[in-house]
Design a protein around this ligand. Structure first.
Ligand SMILES: Cc1ncc(COP(=O)(O)O)c(C=O)c1O
Ligand SMILES: [Zn+2]
Length: 444
């Protein structure tokens, strides 16, 4: 084990309560100091994980009650890897701690009486779960005293980086693959990031970005800073359990692409159990992927330990990762927790978006539509007890992706006259509702 202590040096100013003690390899358990700038194990090439002093963390949790903790990403700062308080302050203390919403109308559609939505579509500042992970990358960048950050993104990491980098006063460079929703790149540029769109899919761009990082020494949020990036994801698990009054749900379902969120939910739940904060061992994790890019779901359903890469072909651009870096960790998490996986076609994904909109008034992007569509399938197949608590994570906002939704015909303009408007209203009333069309798509 590393000899690094919880409060040893990165910067010289005020310390957070982080109990991080170092980094360890996912596969061979070799360990590294928190000050080391390694991002993959030099021995076996696998990713690195942050390790903590859990006894110290448990003491802190006893000393500082929840009511005295901020309702943001730093709520559980003991279990996050940032030790420099000024870095924490510079990335801002407003992200995460998103609402957990009871979803009675969607639950009634699906036959679930205790359904909740973890609404990361309203995450600050950039409206997706990626605010959680990117806040850790940018804070780590600041701890290292660097002023430029790059990323490779299927869409949402880019907008999150653009936003956090601006707030922290550093320069952001975003590499996008050839297919994503325009609005994500436009938002990124509007926030001042420099954007490069490359001819290639995400997996190709990701491989090249690794080379760019090594050639230039520029930190990449989800490559060279990956162990720190990944830690941000587990905060979703912490929040869900706390928002349920420390009663862990029976099920959590989320969309998976690279696999960071789903695998770190497992880590976060395990840490809550270890600290004695909640009984989380029985919580199952289920993942949802598009049919056109489902390497992790396929491996889980075929009971294989490794993911076989695919070439993505899906309208859910944010989930179009064919060679998921954390795929093996997701398989492990889902199998250990007795969960399962499912996938949804593009029409089912858009029907999932419509069903969520029609029942709960939330507009999500295709990643959220994938989660809802697979939730519907798993519910129909009897994976959830009717009274069990099920939490679906809605990971992204539909305002960024509306251009890609199947176009509903734009209404003709009518005269601004009573008769014309009454006739138009009567036409509108005779048309199908969103709920009807969603149901038809999901059960053709
Ligand atoms: C909105 C949204 N949901 C889910 C995911 C999947 O997350 P992960 O790559 O951690 O599996 C992404 C990833 O790009 C995303 O943008
Ligand atoms: Zn190793």
């Amino acid at each position: 084990m590393s000899t690094q202590t919880a409060h040893s040096p990165l910067g010289s100013g005020q310390r957070t309560r982080s109990c991080a003690t170092g980094l360890a390899c996912h596969r061979c358990d070799k360990s590294y100091a928190l000050t080391d700038t390694v991002f993959a194990c030099p021995d076996c090439g696998k990713g690195l994980d942050i390790v903590y002093d859990y006894e110290l963390a448990a003491r802190h949790f006893r000393d500082v009650p929840s009511s005295e903790r901020p309702e943001n990403i730093w709520h559980f700062e003991e279990l996050l890897p940032i030790v420099d308080a000024s870095a924490q302050a510079r990335v801002g203390r407003h992200s995460a701690y998103t609402p957990l919403i009871r979803a009675d109308r969607l639950g009634a559609e699906l036959g679930l009486s205790n359904l909740y939505l973890k609404d990361d579509s309203t995450s600050r500042p950039s409206l997706s779960y990626k605010d959680r992970v990117v806040s850790m990358s940018v804070a780590r960048l600041l701890e290292l005293g660097k002023t430029e950050i790059g990323c490779v993104s299927t869409g949402n990491v880019g907008t999150a980086i653009a936003s956090f980098a601006a707030k922290a006063g550093v320069d952001a460079y975003v590499f996008y693959p050839n297919r994503l929703e325009d609005m994500k790149a436009r938002a990124c540029m509007a926030l001042g990031a420099k954007v490069c769109q490359v001819e290639g899919n995400y997996d190709e761009a990701n491989r090249r970005c690794r080379e760019v990082a090594l050639a230039t020494g520029m930190e990449f949020a989800n490559i060279t800073l990956r162990p720190f990036y990944a830690e941000g994801a587990k905060t979703a698990a912490f929040e869900i359990v706390e928002q349920l009054d420390w009663n862990a749900p029976e099920h959590i379902i989320t969309a998976a692409a690279g696999g960071t969120l789903s695998s770190r939910l497992h880590k976060g739940l395990g840490e809550l159990q270890l600290l004695g904060l909640s009984e989380t061992d029985a919580t199952r994790i289920h993942i949802a992927q598009p049919s056109g890019c489902n390497p992790i779901a396929s491996a889980i359903l075929a009971e294989e330990a490794e993911v076989h890469a695919v070439i993505p072909e899906t309208a859910a651009h944010s989930l179009a990762i064919g060679a998921p870096g954390d795929g093996y960790l997701v398989i492990d998490a889902v199998l250990k927790r007795g969960g399962t996986a499912g996938f949804a076609s593009d029409p089912e994904i858009f029907a999932g978006i419509d069903l969520l909109a029609a029942t709960e008034g939330l507009l999500t992007e295709p990643a959220g539509g994938t989660t809802v569509a697979v939730l519907e399938k798993l519910a129909a197949a009897g994976h959830f007890g009717a009274d069990e608590t099920v939490v679906a994570i809605i990971t992204g906002n539909g305002l960024k992706t509306l251009d890609e939704h199947p176009q509903k015909p734009w209404p003709d303009k009518v005269e601004c006259e009573l008769d014309a408007m009454l006739a138009a209203l009567s036409d509108l009333k005779s048309g199908a509702t969103l709920m009807q069309s969603a149901r038809e798509q999901l059960h053709p």
